[in-house]
Write a protein that binds this ligand. Structure first.
Ligand SMILES: Cc1ncc(COP(=O)(O)O)c(C=O)c1O
Length: 400
């Protein structure tokens, strides 16, 4: 399916030059395509200084250390958070990050765990297991149509609050995130943000939000497959570090060890057992640079205009039920009589890749809303207006 041709990419012409003009990828909410500079940065690691970081004294390792450190700094800068208060650890994905925190959080003093109805299974299920393990009640808040939470009614005292900043169902944003973060803090709660969707398209919503933890996936922000955890330093007092191994200790005796994360320079090791995927971390650094420059050159506006065109078509199609309340890079719908999986297969037959099902949001989509399986079209910065036109044309044919 892939061949080298000049591509019609809207941002940084040639950055998706490996993608053939006749395939259309609409699954960026799951995994965005990687622009060439990200692939090049990873290749550079493999071909110029492929070595271990954080432990070795030879030149290659020092190059790795510098670049990994640069990615940590860029991450905090992008989120407008101070390195005095926060550190960055790398893990596998958002799901791992959330589980690493919830599985190691000391339950003393925690009265409740709170999440919301429009969460991905990552926070939804990990809050269930947290609640069961510690016999702590769990509450599922109902998000408003605009994605906000009714703060007057909410009580966050001594609670762990795990919420997405942007939903993967329909792009709904936690509009009052700033006030919510302040209230959680004032009520001595712990606020954990699932930023998996926010980080690519809506990272501004996170800027300067002083949560306790922010977890996201590099693979949804044009970077390699990798998880990122941004953690408030003083939260470590409430973490019982027990998922542990090489790279995390300065010393080990017969039946004890000294954690490296006690030292300010190595605090990130608290959540980094074993070797890191260094090429991926370095690739993430390149992805952040790329994403910020795409933002400056109008990438977000282009995507929104494309999405608006599709939204208007779906909204006006008599046999299609559009679920979104508002335009976002993620649109979901179903046809009144065509099964969504069959529709996705039919579109795939025309080289158009969309998702079908419940997108790991079974509770809300199936059990609250009772929707049939849905089709999800999620746009990325590699998409062009002609991709939308082709999808509309294909839907007109298939859905008639
Ligand atoms: C809002 C949200 N949270 C969590 C996740 C889980 O991300 P990952 O599979 O990278 O752990 C996703 C993935 O789609 C998501 O959209």
């Amino acid at each position: 399916m892939f061949r080298k041709t000049a591509h019609k990419a809207p941002v940084g012409v040639g950055d998706f030059g490996y993608l053939s003009d006749d395939v259309i990828y609409f699954d960026s909410a799951c995994q965005s395509l990687r622009p060439q500079p990200v692939i090049d940065a990873m290749n550079e690691y493999y071909t110029r200084f492929n070595s271990c970081g954080d432990r070795v004294k030879y030149q290659w390792g020092q190059e790795v250390d510098e670049r990994v450190e640069a990615t940590r700094s860029k991450t905090l800068k992008m989120l407008k958070l101070s390195p005095k208060k926060y550190f960055v650890s790398f893990t596998v994905n958002t799901t791992y990050g959330l589980n690493l925190i919830l599985n190691q959080l000391k339950p003393e003093g925690i009265r409740r765990v709170i999440t919301s109805d429009i969460e991905h299974n990552s926070p939804f299920l990990s809050t269930i297991t947290f609640s069961r393990r510690h016999n702590i009640p769990r509450e599922v808040l109902v998000r408003n149509n605009d994605g906000s939470i009714d703060l007057d009614a909410a009580d966050f005292s001594d609670s762990v609050v795990v919420l997405n900043a942007v939903s993967n169902i329909d792009g709904r944003r936690l509009e009052n995130i700033q006030k919510l973060a302040a209230k959680v803090r004032a009520q001595k709660g712990i606020f954990i943000i699932d930023a998996a969707q926010a980080i690519a398209f809506d990272f501004d919503i996170l800027a300067g939000i002083e949560a306790d933890v922010i977890c996201f996936s590099s693979h949804k922000m044009y970077g390699p497959s990798l998880g990122v955890m941004v953690v408030r330093k003083d939260l470590l007092d409430q973490i019982d570090i027990s998922f542990i191994g090489g790279g995390m200790v300065d010393d080990a005796t017969y039946d004890d060890y000294a954690l490296s994360s006690k030292s300010p320079d190595h605090i990130h090791t608290a959540f980094e057992p074993g070797l890191l995927p260094y090429a991926e971390v370095i690739g993430l650094g390149a992805a952040i640079d790329w994403l910020l420059s795409a933002r400056k050159t109008g990438g977000k506006e282009k995507t929104l205009a494309q999405s608006q065109k599709l939204f208007d078509f779906l909204d006006a199609s008599p046999r299609i039920r559009l679920i979104n309340n508002a335009v976002s890079p993620v649109l979901i719908f179903h046809h009144e009589s065509l099964d969504s999986h069959l529709l996705a297969e039919a579109l795939s037959g025309q080289n158009i890749m969309v998702r079908s099902g419940y997108f790991c949001c079974h509770y809300y989509l199936d059990h609250v809303k009772h929707y049939p399986p849905l089709v999800r079209v999620s746009l990325g910065l590699h998409n062009s207006e002609s991709d939308i036109d082709k999808l509309i044309e294909a839907l007109q044919k298939v859905a008639q």
